[in-house]
Design a binder for this molecule. Structure first.
Ligand code: EPS
Length: 388
């Protein structure tokens, strides 16, 4: 079983991720992580911190001579911010002591207040440091390994932004791997140049007013094997695993598989993807993508389509959200903290990551194998049975 765990706070010394269950013999390069982490830093509307976060990577376990050993792979990502300033050495010190400036005006929509209540803290920083989306850097490192594993089965995953605020992409086809360079070259990771300009205007307007913006991204996985997930239990259904994984991303409030909400308005005769036989490729194909590449909790082999909606970030550059000071109980506005206007372009890379981790976990469960060669051999042997 593939599993992973992240540790670390946003302004602490570093983030760490441990990924267990990868087969031995899988090629791994530091540059693979660097490339994916650089993609996660992309995006118009990110705050000043992205300009100096370097995401310096150290592989501290599980890899020798550029290949996995089958043991847990551990990766550390330094927080450049911590190394830059004494402020964070003091604020995030692991030695006993107290902060001189506790944050006592919790932000509505953030984890601050309920986290303080639940864990018995007097300082919102005790909560927000871990609740921060900085943690997604560690997930992306895990996802890099998952994507590498999946690439050996011919799977590719691509994401793009389809909405920021009121600006919506007009692209009505599924993006493919060869679109990725153009998507990443766009400042908002959008394939539609007219919508791209509208999204940038939205961000500039919100920035001027000290406000924040949410949006929607779509991730598509191509070349997914047939039969990942299962119909037999609720917690083995691929849709349920994808929804949980993507919903766990900071600030995501809705997840959709395929045409999810839109199909609810259709009749059954119009809502499903007809099945046909492709005699040349010797395989079944679906006519359409309404189901998003899953039926009965299993992947069909068609493109897997997952959308995620991100709420506008709860931290505002001009705090206007009404709250209460937890010490005085007096009405105030939430504390000011440096932030992004929007993180929707980066969200796409994190959704790719979570989709990759779910698919890699389920592929490992189905095909097993202690070495990469055994894993690939098992997957090909299963694939060969499908045309019969
Ligand atoms: C974040 C707020 C900002 C983002 C940060 C996530 O951090 P800061 O307050 O330190 O400027 O830059 O994201 C990252 C550092 C990152 O690498 O994604 C938040 O409140 O979640």
């Amino acid at each position: 079983m593939l599993r992973y765990l992240t540790a670390g706070e946003s302004h602490g010394r570093s983030l760490t991720v441990i990924v267990e269950g990868l087969p031995a013999g899988m090629p791994v390069l530091v540059e693979d992580f660097e490339g994916e982490l650089a993609r996660r830093r992309l995006g118009y509307g990110r705050g000043p911190r992205q300009r100096f976060e370097q995401d310096v990577i150290t592989i501290t376990g599980g890899v020798r001579h550029g290949r996995t050993l089958g043991s847990p792979v551990a990766v550390e990502i330094q927080n450049s911010e911590w190394f830059r300033s004494d402020k964070w050495h003091e604020e995030m010190s692991t030695a006993p002591g107290l902060t001189a400036s506790p944050l006592t005006q919790p932000r509505p929509g953030h984890a601050d207040l309920v986290g303080m209540q639940k864990y018995g803290f007097d300082d919102a920083r005790d909560v927000l440091e871990r609740a921060s989306a900085r943690e997604t850097a560690a997930r992306v490192a895990a996802g890099t390994l998952a994507k590498t594993l999946l690439s050996h089965l011919g799977v590719s995953i691509v994401s793009h932004v389809i909405r920021i605020g009121a600006a919506e992409s007009g692209v009505d086809r599924l993006p493919v791997a060869s679109d990725l360079a153009a998507i990443d070259a766009s400042e908002v990771r959008c394939l539609d140049p007219i919508a791209e300009a509208a999204m940038i205007t939205e961000i500039e307007d919100a920035a001027r007013e000290g406000d924040s913006l949410g949006g929607i991204v779509e991730a598509v996985a191509h070349g997914v094997p047939v039969g990942l997930g299962s119909h037999v239990h609720w917690d083995r259904k691929i849709d349920s695993l994808l929804a949980a994984a993507v919903m766990s991303i900071q600030a995501v409030k809705a997840v959709e598989i395929g045409d999810g909400f839109a199909t609810a308005a259709l009749r059954g005769s119009a809502a499903h993807d007809a099945i046909s036989w492709d005699a040349v490729a010797s395989r079944y194909v679906r006519e359409g993508h309404r189901s998003g590449g899953t039926e009965g909790g299993m992947t069909t082999g068609e493109p897997l389509v997952v959308r995620a909606a991100m709420k506008p970030l709860a931290t505002l550059n001009k705090p206007t959200l009404k709250t209460v000071d937890v010490v005085t109980k007096e009405e105030t506005v939430s504390f000011k903290e440096r932030t992004d206007v929007t993180a929707v372009p980066a969200l796409g890379v994190v959704v790719e990551t979570m989709v990759a981790l779910v698919l890699a976990t389920e592929a490992q469960r189905k095909f097993g194998g202690d070495s990469l060669a055994e894993f690939v051999r098992n997957a090909s042997a299963f694939g060969a049975t499908l045309g019969k």
